[in-house]
Design a protein around this ligand. Structure first.
Ligand code: FAD
Ligand code: PYC
Length: 417
């Protein structure tokens, strides 16, 4: 049973809680569900919402070891774009972008989606050629992307240093105008509230320790810190930890987990009108509505489950930002943090059924799954409800690592691996 509504309204009235603050849905787990989703990030919560709304399946629990949105959903730099190389990816990420455009209305919750444009800088001939290849491929798929000269790039983002004597001079940029940012935790809260309102249970502080299978090999439920929870179907959407959990069901996944870090500066007046990514120097920057510069690094170079990441890595990122935007050299940085991203060999996700009946997986989004949130959640719900993949996620199956039909997005994934 979800416990917010009357009780929390009364509590809110007594404690002076404001209407605009999130109402936390938090449930005690029942003993049996039609569907259990492991992981209350945007993908898991969104899938629960679409299961309820589009497929009429409401006997659903979303179970998280921590608090909702406390994983990568609440730790990412919120860059949303769909300028990937391959047809399969274009369909997936553009489906997400279409849903982003109506998400605040859909959830009646302001996710602050802002299409301010994402500009990717080219610093050498390889970058120029690679971005042009993406640009042509994007256009063939109906995905907007355009080439800018250094001067046009500076006009779009005035703090950009386009001096020819820079260590990594800007040779041009690929701009997706339809791309942008959103407020990360609002996405988790919005989906959580909307799913809970349709009867979904959201269970926090409840680590899932194993997936149990019956004597026929089909899924039976999940072992958790609060005991066994029976389920007809289980979907694992536990970024960073998926392979460990799936291993308990006898499913081996080709994933490696890495820390990925980000940081924010002191707040300043609006200075930075868009999002800029520089994959070559490993820095990307935007400005939040609070005024902080949001800065991200590349992945750490060693596998780890640390939600912190190494200091040398982030120092490198700050140096790179100063290189590309000398105007920020004297800014103070306020705080840094990390998340754990799980990476597949082709840098594309695995989102599909598994060889185990009733078990579904959504993982391997690596450094780039926030942008996919509504789209991934939407097709995960379809896959679970119908026990077959949606045409959009059909190519993102585990079998591709056996057959070799990979979807290599290493270049479009952008953040260094
Ligand atoms: P999460 O939000 O991580 O949710 C998974 C949940 O599973 C977590 O809440 C976790 O607590 C829970 N869980 C794990 N194990 C268990 C268990 N055993 N039992 C119960 N619960 C469990 N993507 C972009 O598109 N753009 C960006 O700009 C971007 N920047 C990033 C910057 C950083 C610093 C990081 C770390 C990531 C970034 N990403 C970005 C990637 C993006 O954040 C993720 O791909 C996306 O948020 C994944 O969403 P999710 O819902 O699958 O995972
Ligand atoms: O996928 O665009 C992205 C991204 C930017 C920073 C981290 N991931």
């Amino acid at each position: 049973m979800t416990r917010f509504s009357a009780l929390s309204l009364l509590k809110n009235a007594m404690t002076g809680h404001k209407d605009w603050e999130p109402q936390w849905p938090d449930s005690e787990p029942k003993q049996e569900y039609d569907v259990v989703i492991v992981g209350a990030g945007g993908h898991g919560l969104g899938a629960a919402y679409y299961l309820a709304k589009e497929h009429g399946i409401t006997n659903v629990a979303v179970i998280d070891k921590g608090w909702l949105g406390g994983g990568n959903t609440g730790r990412n730099t919120t860059i949303i774009r769909s300028n990937y190389l391959y047809d399969e990816s274009a369909r997936m990420y553009d489906h997400a972008l279409d849903l982003w455009e109506g998400l605040s209305q859909e959830l009646n919750y302001n996710v602050m989606f802002s299409q301010r444009g994402v500009m990717m800088l080219a610093h050498n001939v390889h970058d120029v050629q690679s971005f042009h290849r993406h640009l042509h491929s994007n256009r063939l798929n109906g995905v907007d992307n355009q080439w800018l000269t250094p001067e046009e790039a500076k006009a779009y983002c005035p703090p950009l240093n386009i001096s020819k004597s820079a260590r990594y001079p800007v040779m041009g940029a690929a701009l997706q105008r339809r791309a942008g940012t959103a407020r990360h935790d609002a996405v988790a809260w919005g989906y959580a509230r909307a799913a809970a309102a349709r009867g979904v249970d959201i269970v926090q502080n409840c680590p899932v320790t194993a997936i149990r299978r019956d004597s026929n090999g089909a899924v039976e439920g999940v072992e958790t810190a609060r005991g066994f929870i029976r389920a007809k179907k289980v979907a694992v959407s536990a970024a960073g930890h998926t392979s460990v959990l799936m291993d308990t069901a006898g499913v081996r996944l080709p994933l490696e987990s890495y820390p990925l870090q980000a940081l924010v500066s002191e707040p300043v007046k609006p200075i930075f009108p868009c999002v800029v990514m520089s994959n070559t120097v490993h820095a990307y920057v935007s400005q939040s509505d609070k005024g902080e510069l949001v800065v991200g690094a590349g992945t750490d170079q060693y596998t780890s489950y640390s939600q912190r990441g190494g200091l040398p890595h982030i120092q490198h990122t700050v140096a790179a930002v100063c290189e590309v935007f000398p105007i920020f050299t004297r800014m103070r940085m306020l705080r840094k943090w990390g998340g754990i991203v799980d990476v597949t060999p082709d840098r594309s996700p695995i989102l599909n059924k598994t060889p185990v009946q009733g078990l579904y997986v959504n993982c391997g989004w690596g450094t780039g799954g926030f942008k996919a949130t509504p789209g991934a959640a939407n097709v995960l719900a379809w896959t679970v409800a119908r026990d077959e993949p949606h045409p959009i996620n059909a190519p993102f199956h585990l079998d591709r690592f056996r057959t070799g039909r990979l979807i290599d997005e290493a270049a479009a994934a952008a953040v260094a691996h």
